[in-house]
Design a binder for this molecule. Structure first.
Ligand SMILES: NC(=O)c1ccc[n+]([C@@H]2O[C@H](COP(=O)([O-])OP(=O)(O)OC[C@H]3O[C@@H](n4cnc5c(N)ncnc54)[C@H](O)[C@@H]3O)[C@@H](O)[C@H]2O)c1
Length: 390
């Protein structure tokens, strides 16, 4: 029987554009999906750039205006991989046109926008999802399974850090990620959002937070200036103000009673992309580090005392989540597979007519925590995330 297809329209074609394109190319070759994604059209504002991207990434056609893309009859799913300040408008247009939608994280640049998007998605009745792809590393899914089965007992601690170092050089330019009006926030919303989502996925809702943020380098060369050597009137390189946090840290209390610590920074020298967490429960612990993403460290108090200790599970066995669709045991997976798994579950969701987690509502709950941390950093008080209103 011929497999059904859903036409995909992808908005944006750089970092996440490449990651999502790769997922659409691979998913039906390794997983049984029905419908299978058809790489119908990619969209960007620069015609030469988007034409080149369509060619190199494997898209059948391109558009230079997302309004046209979302109205196309051959597009059933719109995928948004643009900076945060554009998520709301593109998502609302896609929902209005009756399309399924997947949107990159964080869902929006603030809670009010996220709320609007949740309500619009509910009205549209189509399938929606936020791309918190790290949920779909097999080792993270195994962690979820162990927690759900109660193998760690009562959870007492969540300890997560997401560490990068790519903007430590003061001559690094003022890219969109450093402008609040484009990105919403800095390390907090970009990488902190991932560990908030993982925490709510694995341990449950966050009840309250107290946090701090810091911007270490407050002026940076403008992108054009650093690329072209532009000069200001006074003869120096043109600079602009950094309006987001370089680093954020916060404490959290979970509704289930666990304590949480979170740290997100772009100033951890040598830590390129270390997304790691540890959970400690009454019966054991587990630990994950994206830079060793095939492994899950586990410790169980029920083991005989003379052999107790952390052990490392290579999460590549056929019965581990997603792993069986790929290679023989021990033949490891990488970053890009988390996106393939996301698209696999999205296709299953479209088939069933059910939005796969993390849904826009999950994205909203993450946004509520981001906002609570920002408020707390300002007021220096404990703040409860505002989950209501959707
Ligand atoms: N899930 C993850 O692990 C992960 C990793 C990186 C980025 N992201 C998220 O993905 C999104 C994009 O980030 P990126 O790193 O790919 O950025 P990027 O700068 O590499 O690419 C952004 C793309 O959006 C396009 N764009 C910007 N405004 C547009 C508009 N109005 N219409 C059409 N296209 C527009 C740009 O031309 C570019 O193609 C952000 O929300 C970011 O937070 C997620």
């Amino acid at each position: 029987m011929e497999r059904r297809e859903v036409g995909v329209g992808l908005v944006g074609y750089k970092f996440m554009g490449r990651a999502h394109s790769n997922a659409y190319r691979q998913v039906a070759r390794f997983f049984e999906v029905d419908p299978a994604p058809r790489m119908t059209a990619i969209c960007g504002r620069d015609e030469a750039g988007v034409r080149e991207a369509a060619d190199s990434l494997g898209w059948e056609s391109y558009e230079t205006d997302y309004h046209r893309l979302v109205r196309r009859d051959d597009v059933g799913l719109v995928d948004v991989v643009t900076p945060g300040n554009t998520h709301r408008e593109i998502v609302l247009a896609a929902l209005e046109a009756g399309k399924h939608v997947i949107c990159e994280k964080p869902l929006a640049n603030n809670l009010a926008e996220a709320r609007e998007m949740v309500l619009a998605a509910r009205d549209a009745g189509t399938v929606n999802m936020v791309c918190f792809n790290y949920r779909r590393a097999p080792a993270v899914q195994l962690a979820k399974r162990l927690l759900e089965e109660g193998r760690l007992g009562e959870v007492r601690h969540w300890r997560a850090t997401y560490l990068q170092d790519f903007i430590m050089d003061p001559s690094f330019p003022l890219i969109w990620r450093l402008k609040k009006e484009v990105s919403g926030s800095g390390a907090l919303g970009d990488i902190g959002a991932h560990i908030i989502d993982l925490a709510q996925f694995l341990v449950g809702p966050i009840a309250e937070v107290v946090g701090m943020t810091e911007t270490f380098i407050r002026e940076r060369p403008l992108e054009e200036a650093s690329a072209g050597g532009g000069l200001s009137a006074s003869g120096g390189t043109q600079t602009g103000e950094v309006t987001v946090d370089d680093a954020a840290a916060f404490l959290a209390r979970f509704e289930g009673g666990a304590m949480g610590t979170f740290e997100a920074t772009r100033f951890a020298a040598g830590r390129r992309n270390q997304n790691s967490f540890e959970v400690n429960g009454s019966k054991g612990s587990l630990a994950f580090d994206l830079e060793r993403m095939n492994e899950l460290e586990v410790f169980f108090t029920e083991d005989e005392p003379d052999v107790q200790g952390f052990r490392t599970v290579n999460v590549t066995e056929p019965d581990h989540p997603y792993a069986g669709a790929w290679w023989p045991p021990g033949h490891i997976l990488g970053y890009e597979h988390t996106f393939v798994h996301t698209i696999k579950d999205l296709m299953d969701g479209i088939k069933a007519g059910v939005s796969p987690a993390p849904t826009f509502e999950d994205g909203y709950r993450c946004q509520a925590v981001l906002e609570a941390v920002e408020k707390s950093a300002e007021s220096r008080e404990w703040i409860k995330p505002e989950y209501g209103g959707v």
